[in-house]
Design a protein around this ligand. Structure first.
Ligand code: TRP
Ligand code: SF4
Length: 328
């Protein structure tokens, strides 16, 4: 039986962090064992919001590639590539744009919310409105069965199916309708207790040196009601406790009890967490060091990925062009 195909993308918005790992990436690492996986760095999508400042884009893209390898994605098991290296995405995007009704795009919840969220940017562009059409092209061009994404992306997957259906109905059944693959993963808080996000500046990056990780853990907010160790603690309001729940699962009940009864102080509690975190990051750090010894290999991997991706993308694009009357 043919392996099911999985496809997902990540925007190169700078160094990846623990939240990305606990969220999407650790899931990708598992999926590569079971599926025919295509993972790509969505540099074209980065332009839809970041078109004014592209200075760091080449470096950000390469950083993400290094990060993907360092967490354990294996180019022998999956295909890793850069979106713009496969221009077939852009061509299919154009074809799909012909049949996508404007109201479908204006209705996408991320459209208005992002415009409000990123007020400092002018997102009244053609490209930004078309963001989900490009995403649909990314997915449909590989005939993906499954798309691992976070909940925020569900409207995009739904729209992808609608566009596929419309195309198949108008012309000929060319596209497979993909399904989302929602992983149940915890949302990791940032060091200030809000959601971990680059835009809040509260992340722990996978590439942060140990000293910086130590510094950040020391800055983490614990239960503000605990002025001294004698004060009884409330683990449910403590960010460090949230992390214990992810990195030290077996011990959470014990930690909670010791915190509530003030047997455990925040200083030792953080120390314990820091040790766990550094141990968790250690294999990632080692792999990164290996990879950085030979950056050329990362670029070569992207070329290999591009060739494989392109060979698949070309087939679907040809079929789509034929269906649309562009090839006789
Ligand atoms: N929009 C996705 C995000 O911001 C990234 C992405 C682009 C993607 N194209 C994709 C995800 C195709 C899955 C499939 O997270
Ligand atoms: Fe948080 Fe640990 Fe302090 Fe309790 S003892 S408040 S869990 S850091």
């Amino acid at each position: 039986m043919k392996m099911k195909r999985v496809l997902s993308g990540i925007q190169p918005s700078g160094k990846l962090h623990l939240g990305n790992l606990v969220g999407a990436l650790s899931n990708w690492v598992k999926l590569q064992q079971q599926y025919d996986c295509f993972f790509f760095i969505a540099d074209l999508h980065a332009l839809t919001t970041g078109y004014e400042n592209v200075k760091n884009l080449p470096e950000d893209t390469l950083d993400v590639a290094v990060d993907l390898l360092s967490v354990g994605l294996d180019p022998k098991k999956c295909t890793i590539f850069k979106q713009s290296d496969v221009p077939e995405h852009a061509e299919l995007h154009l074809l799909l744009s012909m049949i996508t009704p404007l109201p479908w795009l204006e209705r996408v919840p991320t459209y208005k919310s992002k415009i409000n969220e990123l007020k400092d940017k002018d997102l009244g562009t053609y490209g930004f409105l078309g963001y989900p059409v490009l995403q649909a092209a990314d997915i449909l061009i590989y005939q993906a069965d499954l798309v691992p994404v976070g909940e925020d992306q569900l409207p995009h997957i739904e729209l992808t199916r609608e566009i596929a259906r419309r195309f198949n109905f108008f012309y000929k059944k060319v596209f497979k309708e993909p399904q989302e693959l929602l992983a149940e993963f915890p949302v990791l808080p940032g060091i200030d207790g809000r959601k971990m996000s680059k835009s809040y500046g509260n992340t722990i990056a996978l590439s942060d040196p140990e000293d910086l990780v130590r510094e950040k853990v020391n800055m983490m907010i614990t239960d503000p009601a605990r002025v001294t160790k004698k004060d009884l603690g409330h683990p449910e309001v403590c960010t460090v406790f949230d992390y214990h729940g992810i990195f030290n699962k077996g011990q959470v009940d014990k930690i909670a009890a010791e915190c509530r009864s003030a047997e455990r102080g925040c200083v030792e509690c953080k120390k314990e967490f820091l040790a766990d975190l550094l141990e968790f990051l250690s294999p990632i750090r080692k792999r990164r060091a290996e990879i950085l010894k030979n950056r050329k290999l990362v670029e070569e991997m992207l070329v290999t990925g591009m060739v494989r991706a392109k060979s698949e993308a070309t087939l679907t694009l040809l079929e789509a062009k034929r269906a649309m009357g562009l090839i006789g």
